[in-house]
Write a protein that binds this ligand. Structure first.
Ligand code: ZN
Length: 283
């Protein structure tokens, strides 16, 4: 007999699946959602069903080894990735996996979403690294996710999609929305040829805001991992240059423009950033 908590979770999973499908984050029967149903059981979406057209009775209940406890259908073959996340994150109660096209495009291009660009994304998700490619439905994918999931609530999966986790089904789903929205904005900025970054000092302020508002994050923000010296396993590593200004003009974008146009026009702020960057590279 299902409890009120279980009924609520079934309804939330149906709703998150409906939104995921209607926003185009999944095609066909792709994607999966799960939630903790106590210390020994999980509730999860069935395989071979469109996540946009599920009903509460379709869900599958499994134990933490992935063995089916009840339900007429079978769980997704990606369930081991969810189990791995629950094992590594006792604070997490729900996991959402989808293939949102823009975020997945970044995952296919091998470009992580780790630049400090939007204050809200910095405070809520921090950085969004790419977990190495693993063949779907094998132990490779949980192993790739294991590496980063202790410090991140959202990951891109190389040549596959994205996965998010949080305290509730809907907040895990919202993190997926944030990742896709962030990927869209990043793509537009890069197509426009510039992507000004939030400075290191401003990222430190945002870290303070996290503390002030009690924003739950599994790891602290660390700035500028461009030299690879900071460990993404322990930290949310963001690309955020040092500057007295809050925003740092995109010097690399300016140089790209110069090479295509043959002419370069700089504002005072852009020129000083260019000089500061050159000096930094000399030292
Ligand atoms: Zn998938």
């Amino acid at each position: 007999m299902s409890t009120r908590v279980e009924e609520q979770l079934r309804a939330e999973i149906v709703e998150a699946g409906r939104r995921m499908y209607s926003r185009g984050y999944v095609a066909s029967n792709d994607g999966n959602i799960s939630a903790r149903l106590g210390d020994s059981r999980l509730i999860t979406t069935p395989k071979s069903v469109s996540k946009g057209f599920m009903t509460p009775d379709m869900m599958v209940i499994v134990d933490y080894e992935g063995k089916k406890v009840s339900g007429d259908r079978d769980p997704s073959s990606e369930l081991p990735m969810h189990l791995e996340i629950y094992r590594n994150r006792p604070d997490v109660n729900a996991v959402v996996h989808a293939h949102p096209p823009l975020a997945t495009g970044f995952a296919v291009a091998g470009i992580p979403l780790t630049r400090a660009v939007l204050a809200e994304v910095v405070t809520t998700l921090g950085s969004i690294p790419i977990a190495e490619y693993g063949t779907p439905s094998t132990a490779e994918l949980p192993a790739a996710v294991r590496k980063y999931i202790k410090a991140h609530d959202g990951l891109l999966l190389a040549n596959h999609g994205a996965v998010t986790c949080c305290r509730t089904v809907m907040t895990a789903y919202y993190k997926m929305e944030t990742i896709e929205h962030f990927a869209k904005i990043s793509l537009v900025a890069r197509l426009l040829g510039r992507e000004h970054l939030i400075s290191r000092e401003e990222v430190e302020r945002l870290q303070g805001i996290r503390g002030m508002y009690g924003i739950a994050a599994p790891a602290p923000l660390c700035t500028d991992g461009s030299d690879g010296s900071i460990d993404q396993v322990l930290c949310q590593v963001l690309e955020a240059p040092e500057s007295r200004d809050r925003l740092v003009p995109d010097v690399s974008g300016l140089l790209r423009r110069a090479s295509t146009d043959g002419e370069i026009r700089l504002t005072y702020g852009e020129l000083t950033a260019l000089i500061a960057d050159a000096v930094r590279n000399l030292t």
